[in-house]
Ligand binder design. Structure first.
Ligand code: MG
Length: 139
């Protein structure tokens, strides 16, 4: 899908980078930060695009920074942009990654593969033991 072009990628936070636990911050979604880092390393610009503002927005930005992601811009198209209510807040991005996509959220593994043309190396998740596994113990 992507050639060598550097893209501006707007990424939602709640329900996309982390599990939706708004107003607190949920657990990071599997492979979210790995994918964002890879995209950043490949020269794409990441914009955090969220309905959060004020302290809750700062908390989200800090959360990502602590995990190695510093966004090019936050809730705006470029760092120096000033918010002008006369204009639409629709930002200028090539791609939006959002859990409200039509068809639902693909998951970061899929997104990684689509955007980087490489297979994600996702560590295998622990097998779910199943609801009734505890019954087997006693037998
Ligand atoms: Mg969301």
């Amino acid at each position: 899908m992507i050639s060598n072009k550097s893209l501006t990628i707007a990424v939602d936070f709640d329900g996309t980078i982390v599990e939706d636990a708004y107003p607190s911050i949920g657990e990071p979604k599997i492979f979210a930060f790995e994918t964002l880092k890879k995209l950043e390393n490949e020269g794409h610009r990441l914009i955090l695009w969220t309905y959060r503002h004020g302290e809750r927005l700062d908390a989200a930005v800090d959360f990502c920074r602590e995990r190695g992601i510093k966004f090019y811009a936050v809730n705006q198209s470029f760092p120096e942009e000033e918010f002008d209510p006369k204009y639409s807040r629709k930002i200028n991005a090539d791609i939006f990654i959002d859990d409200r996509n039509v068809g639902g959220f693909y998951g970061w593994g899929e997104i990684y593969q689509e955007l980087t043309n490489t297979k994600p190396n996702i560590p295998e998740q622990k097998k779910n033991k199943g609801l009734f596994s505890f019954l087997k113990k006693s037998s």
